[in-house]
Design a protein. Structure first.
Lengths: 168, 197
């Protein structure tokens, strides 16, 4: 899943996964977020970055699956913050950006499939619970998004199938 | 009966469904379409989209929901250029005539989803002696993984067991022409297990 070029190393953060990096060459990427939400965190002083790819709003009544440690907004965010702290990031310095939570299965199904909306709400709620404010967000709509976080700069970009990358 | 025990049954049903869906696609496109033996997966993997170009590939396709004795999801996805080629073949135009998913193309894609998706659903209904109704298709044009992920999330939100079937269609030139994805809702796995018992 990892491709290496001379300058940048793109690390794909798949469904329910999270990645933490302090390597300035790394670009953490969550490809094709549909109803999923990507959470990008960056500590500009410690130069630690992390990206999580959250699938569902709540772990309540659900089986935990080690293969997807960031599957749920609640346990996923807890783990994300724990990993960031272990890598030397300080919570109060974190810049948090979120994207995703769309309804991509067609306009007629947008009312029926609410996972995207529920994900967006759950994530905001859980971050707030940890005392974290979202610095910028690109949530909802009907388009899938790819989100990438550049570890060197902490810059986060979002693109869709219809629009080129723009900074979040 | 564990979900894993369902896999041989689903393999058989999915093979028949994919064969019928492939015949539907062959008929529409006026050329022989080969169908790979469907994969039955418990859970999903990011490589589910490899057949249509990988993680970030943009696809055109359609989504149908299944209602009746069991409920679930059917999605037919084509890499963008293949979808536009399908439209030209269906409409008897020279390949390359359709360059973007305009209204006419979307209508053809919708019809494609209807015929191919319904063929699969009907195979499922016949084999398992169930009453199933496919919904009208919704045309999709997005990143493949965003679509697959959203179906996965929808199913997983309702329970802990996700069974997804995917089958790859290949055209005469041996290129991946399309990807069919079918996922029953978790509540329907019980009904499938009863049928299988």
């Amino acid at each position: 899943m990892t491709t290496t070029t001379a300058e940048a190393r793109r690390i794909s953060v798949g469904i329910g996964q999270l990645a933490v990096s302090r390597d300035a060459r790394d670009v953490l990427v969550a490809y094709g977020l549909g109803s999923c939400v990507g959470i990008a965190c960056f500590d500009p002083e410690a130069k630690v970055a992390a990206l999580a790819h959250i699938l569902l709003p709540s772990s309540e009544g659900k089986r935990v699956d080690d293969r997807e440690p960031a599957r749920f907004a609640d346990t996923g965010i807890d783990l994300l913050l724990q990993r960031l702290a272990e890598a030397g990031a300080v919570k109060r310095r974190l810049i948090v950006k979120v994207a995703g939570g769309a309804a991509v299965l067609g306009a007629a199904n947008a009312e029926k499939f609410k996972i995207g909306v529920r994900n967006a709400e759950a994530i905001t709620e859980r971050l707030k619970h940890h005392g974290l404010r979202v610095a910028s967000a690109d949530l909802g709509g009907t388009r899938g998004r790819t989100m990438e976080l550049h570890v060197a700069t902490g810059k986060t970009f979002v693109r869709t199938a219809a629009s080129p990358a723009s900074e979040l | 009966m564990a979900v894993d025990d369902l896999i041989p049954l689903l393999q058989e049903v999915a093979s028949d469904g994919a064969a019928r869906a492939g015949r539907g696609l062959s008929g529409l496109m006026g050329q022989e379409i080969a169908i790979h033996v469907p994969n039955i997966r418990v859970g999903t993997k990011n490589d589910a989209c490899d057949a249509v170009g990988g993680e970030e590939a943009v696809v055109i396709g359609s989504y149908l929901s299944i209602s009746g004795d069991i409920t679930g999801h059917v999605m037919l996805l084509f890499p963008e250029p293949r979808a536009l080629e399908c439209v030209d073949l269906m409409m008897g135009q020279d390949p390359g005539t359709t360059t973007e998913p305009d209204e006419m193309a979307c209508s053809a894609i919708s019809e494609l989803g209807n015929i191919v998706g319904s063929a699969f659903v009907n195979a499922l209904a016949d084999q398992l002696n169930l009453v199933l109704h496919p919904s009208p298709p919704e045309v999709l044009h997005d990143m493949a993984i965003a679509l697959v992920e959203s179906v996965y999330a929808e199913v997983l939100s309702q329970g802990s067991d996700v069974v997804m079937m995917d089958a790859v269609f290949e055209d005469q030139k041996g290129r991946a022409a399309g990807l069919l994805i079918v996922a029953p809702d978790p509540a329907s796995l019980g009904a499938l297990q009863r049928v299988a018992a």
